[in-house]
Each structure stands twice: as C-alpha cells, then as structure tokens.
Design a protein around this ligand. Structure first.
Ligand code: NAP
Length: 285
C-alpha cells in the first residue's frame, strides 16, 4: 500500500492540528481497505488492542479476534467487537499449540490470508510481582515467559504461511523491559525477552518473507493487566510528571501508532521498539 491509497482526511481523523491540513491525493479508500488482521489480546474496551482495533477498523481493516477460552471472556469480547462485524471471534490460550493451530487454520479458511497480526498479550501471576525479583519462582518464570514472550514467537510462526506476499506484526512492550521499575519485576524481564524476540523475528522473517516485526513500548495505561502491577498508580503519576509532554499517552495515540507500524507508511522499519510514552523514556532525571 502506498500513500496514494490514503483517504484524503486520514490526518484530519487521526492526527488533528496543523497536520490536519495535509491532503493526500487520490483514492477514497481507507488506509487498510482490503487488509485483514488478527487481533490477539482484547479483554475489554480499556485494552490497548481494542484501541488499535478501533483505529484500524476506522481505516477499513477487516479484523478477526481471539479471546481466552472461557464463557465470560467469550461473552465480553463478542459483545464488544460486534460493532466491527468480525467474521471470526475464536477462543485461544496462547499456551496451547493446539489452540494456535486451530485459530490460524480458521483464519485461513475464513479469509485465505493475513496482512497483519496484533499480539497484545501478557500475564504473570500477581504474587510473583508482589515479591522481590530475587524470589521469583521457577514455575512463575516459566508461566510468565511462556505467555508474555514465547507466545509472540509461536504466533509469528503460525502467521507466516498466511502472509505469502509479506505482512506486519506488532506487539506491545513497556519501558520496564529496559530499565528497572520496582514492582514490574518478572514482567520487566519478560518484556526484555519480548523486545529481543522482535529483533530476531525481524531478521528471520524479513529476508525471504518480507514480514516486518515491531513493538510499541507504551506508556502506563489503566487496564486489566496493569491493575496487577504493584504501585502502578504511582508509576503512572510519576511518568506523567517526568514525561516531556508532562502527561501520559492516551489510547487513541497508541491505536494510531499501530496504524503507522502496520501500514506501508512504516515500510522501511522492522525490528524496532517504538516508544509511545510522551517522551518519558528520553528523560534522565
Ligand atoms: P489487557 O486488556 O488485560 O490485555 C491483556 C490481554 O492478554 C488480555 O486480553 C488477556 O486475556 C490476554 N491473555 C492473558 N493470558 C493469555 C493467554 N494465556 N492466552 C491468550 N491471551 C491471554 O491489558 P493491556 O494493558 O491492554 O495489555 C496488553 C499488552 O500491553 C500487554 O502485553 C501488556 O504487558 C502491554 N503493556 C501494557 C501497558 C499498560 O500500562 N497497561 C504498558 C505497556 C505495555 P484475559 O483478559 O481474558 O485474561
């Protein structure tokens, strides 16, 4: 996709301000018209993956969704995504290879191909985060790493055959994978593994497959997952105070960054971890 396929009011809708005056010549289609994506990690309307879905849907993307295999998750997610009229809303526990196999087979049968994948999934047992990192248990480590880091590798592997003409994959990380954030503990180590997986996957998938893999390192957001991080509200307040923009990022800004990373607007980028944190991570104080 190139810029000539952009809707003329793309910047007006997504950016605003002076850039809203930019008018792209050409077609009337959305940036993602004709593109199909799988979104993994919508729990509710406060999920980062949901913000991404809303931005993508507004640009014409056809989206499929997964949810954890429980009746309550199914009800919650199905009800939420209904407005986007998805052809596929399927259960998936990323710890189970048989679930991944079934999900990607269903995507193939329903759409025949995949243009992009959103991986917005993480979990660590809350008790593991409450204790000092030194006390991390072997079982807790394995569980958190499996769901929060290995799952990107597995999902990318299953997605690859569905992207014969190239594609894009985006995952979501946090600055606690680069620096010590007391309380983030084991999850910080999972994010470090996730971010480096992004680089190795970008290498493996870039050469012959033309599949790009990038991460968004998001500023702290109030979501179901972040509720399990001890001291999260203080982290959020501190981040807003210190950030260059003197505030925290909002959901729409994360959604719009996903638009950029998943489209050809970022065609020359792969293996990157893009900080969308109002400039928090560049300040040394
Ligand atoms: P969220 O809404 O709770 O999303 C996390 C998702 O992971 C949920 O949909 C959850 O499903 C799913 N999940 C957990 N275990 C799973 C498994 N075994 N199989 C399949 N799915 C599983 O929270 P979020 O904040 O948007 O998190 C999305 C991503 O952003 C995570 O990687 C998180 O670390 C990252 N992130 C968050 C922040 C923040 O401040 N919130 C900042 C930077 C990065 P259920 O809810 O149904 O269990």
């Amino acid at each position: 996709m190139n810029q000539s396929t952009c809707e003329p009011d793309f910047f007006t809708k997504h950016v605003g301000g002076p850039a809203a005056q930019v008018q792209l010549k050409g077609a009337k289609m959305g940036l993602f018209t004709g593109k199909t994506g799988l979104v993994m990690g919508v729990a509710n309307d406060r999920s980062i993956a949901w913000a991404m879905s809303e931005s993508l849907f507004a640009e014409g993307a056809e989206l499929a969704f997964t949810h954890l295999p429980s009746p309550s998750s199914e009800r919650r997610v199905s009800r939420l995504v209904e407005a986007q009229n998805p052809k596929l809303v399927v259960p998936c526990d990323v710890q189970k290879d048989e679930d991944l196999e079934r999900v990607f087979k269903a995507v193939e049968q329903t759409y025949g191909k995949l243009d992009f994948l959103i991986h917005s999934i993480a979990f660590a047992p809350p008790d593991e985060l409450k204790k000092p990192y030194l006390q991390t248990s072997r079982a807790g480590w394995h569980l958190a790493m499996d769901i929060s880091a290995y799952s990107l590798v597995a999902c990318s592997r299953y997605a690859t055959p569905l992207m014969p003409h190239g594609g894009t994959i985006v995952t979501v990380s946090y600055f606690g994978g680069e620096k010590v954030m007391p309380g983030y503990n084991l999850m910080g180590v999972c994010k470090a593994a996730l971010e480096h997986s992004v680089r190795y996957l970008a290498w493996d998938l870039g050469r012959e497959k033309n599949i790009r893999v990038n991460a968004i390192s998001a500023g702290p957001m109030r979501t179901l997952s972040s509720a399990g991080v001890p001291g999260f509200d203080e982290m959020r307040e501190h981040a807003a105070e210190k950030a260059c923009l003197n505030r925290n990022v909002d959901f729409k800004e994360l959604g719009n960054t996903a638009l950029y990373l998943l489209s050809d607007l970022s065609g020359g980028m792969t293996g990157e971890v893009l900080h969308v944190d109002c400039g928090y991570s560049i300040v040394g104080l």
